[in-house]
Design a protein around this ligand. Structure first.
Ligand code: TYM
Length: 322
């Protein structure tokens, strides 16, 4: 079975990326044929600074390797190193209904926030569909926020197959579980565009300050509280084991504690949780040429697969073989 997923290089990766998606990528590399890529063409819809785009692309490669992605088990590459995907995107674009794209959350949300919409942002899900279909992917591990895009991909693949025969493999989203919607420091979904992220590789002192600044409610200390749904508790649950989580839940239910204590426990636990990857990251970052080589090898492998699928699609619809 082929597993595929992508992550945009739009800045430092955050807990939402890690707990919502990257953790699954790493688990899945053990038993499946995994393809993971850095979606720099998608990031280009928002990151217009060339130095940042380049830096963040390399940074994400380093982050993924530091967090445990093993290039001997999974294929890691950069999206734009496989130009076949952009060609496939065009074939899919011709059959993509406007109404379907207008309903996509990412486009609707950005437009609602006044971010001027261009054709790249509008057709973002079509490129994502091409990413998925180009490698005959069966499963796409993602956070909840991407499920709609996988549905669009299935719609586009379904109509193409209906018109031209069995060209594309029909993929399925694989969402970790319902708790995979990681909250940000303001309680909303953690997202770079909401400015509420905790970066995975943030300097420990800076992160502690960010955690101490999380706004909590003003209920009195002795009042018992329901833990689930509380930002601090939900974040704490991600970085501790079962017994610490249960101990914290009973503290909430008993009452008589201050949020300051929870914040301190959260900062300590987070520092410990990410300490090994942090050390690995520092080693990897010292050798960028090696990272580029690993990612380049990944692209060569990915291109072979994408070229075969693109040819299949081109043959089927008549843009080849005239
Ligand atoms: P991106 O870069 O926004 O996020 C990468 C992954 O992290 C997950 N994620 C979250 N999960 C839970 N809670 C959160 N707060 C949270 N924030 C982010 C996302 O669900 C995602 O899985 N469009 C994609 C990139 C992409 C892609 C693809 C993914 C391009 N082509 C093909 C899969 C297949 C995106 O913007 O992810």
């Amino acid at each position: 079975m082929r597993v595929l997923s992508g992550i945009q290089p739009t800045g430092p990766i955050h807990w939402g990326n890690y707990f919502g998606a990257i953790r699954q990528y790493i688990a899945l590399q053990e038993k499946e044929q995994a393809f993971y890529f850095i979606a720099n063409l998608h990031a280009f819809t928002t990151v217009r600074d060339r130095d940042k785009l380049r830096q963040w692309t390399l940074d994400i490669a380093i982050d993924l390797l530091a967090l445990g992605l093993d290039p001997n088990k999974a294929t890691l590459f950069v999206q734009s190193d496989v130009p076949e995907v952009s060609e496939l995107c065009w074939l899919l674009m011709t059959g993509a209904p406007l109404g379907l794209l207008e309903r996509c959350h990412a486009f609707k949300d950005k437009k609602a926030k006044g971010i001027s919409a261009d054709a790249g942002l509008f057709t973002y899900p079509v490129l994502q569909a091409a990413d998925i279909l180009a490698y005959d992917s069966d499963t796409v591990p993602v956070g909840e926020d991407q499920v709609q895009h996988i549905e669009v991909c299935r719609d586009l693949a379904g109509s193409f197959n209906h018109e031209y025969g069995d060209v594309f493999v029909m993929p399925k989203a694989h969402v970790l579980d319902t708790s995979s919607r990681v909250p940000g420091t303001d309680g909303e979904k953690m997202s770079k565009s909401y400015n509420n992220t905790l970066a995975v590789f943030e300097d420990a002192k800076v992160q502690r300050k960010q955690i101490m600044r999380i706004v909590t409610d003003s209920r009195p200390m002795d009042e018992p509280k329901e833990p689930v749904g509380d930002v601090l508790y939900d974040l704490y649950s991600l970085v501790v084991g079962e017994s610490d989580r249960e101990a914290m839940a009973s503290l909430y239910r008993r009452g008589g504690f201050g949020y300051g204590e929870v914040k301190k426990a959260l900062a300590d636990a987070a520092e410990k949780f990410f300490s090994e990857p942090r050390a690995r990251r520092a080693e990897l970052a010292a050798h960028p040429a090696r990272i580029r080589e690993v990612v380049g090898d990944g692209a060569a492998k990915a291109r072979k697969k994408a070229a075969a699928v693109l040819k299949r699609a081109q043959d089927a619809c008549g843009v080849m073989g005239w």
